[in-house]
Design a protein around this ligand. Structure first.
Ligand code: ZN
Length: 65
């Protein structure tokens, strides 16, 4: 009885681990959030502006005109 419960727990843990682990790797470009260096707003890496190796949410924060 205890042995069956351990196997069941291992399967559930394995499925949980698989889904948590698999989620970010499916859409790395769209799902990656980066923090704005200035106002600390989280934006997707696609929309973020990269300046001097740092991420910014907008041109205003990056100091680009
Ligand atoms: Zn910002």
């Amino acid at each position: 009885m205890l042995f069956k419960m351990l196997i069941l727990a291992a399967i559930i843990a394995g499925v949980y681990y698989f889904f948590i682990k698999a989620k970010p790797s499916t859409k790395p470009d769209e799902e990656t959030l980066v923090e704005c260096e200035k106002c600390h707003t989280f934006v997707s890496s696609k929309e973020a502006i990269i300046k001097d190796g740092k991420y910014y949410c907008s041109k205003e924060c990056a100091g680009v005109k």
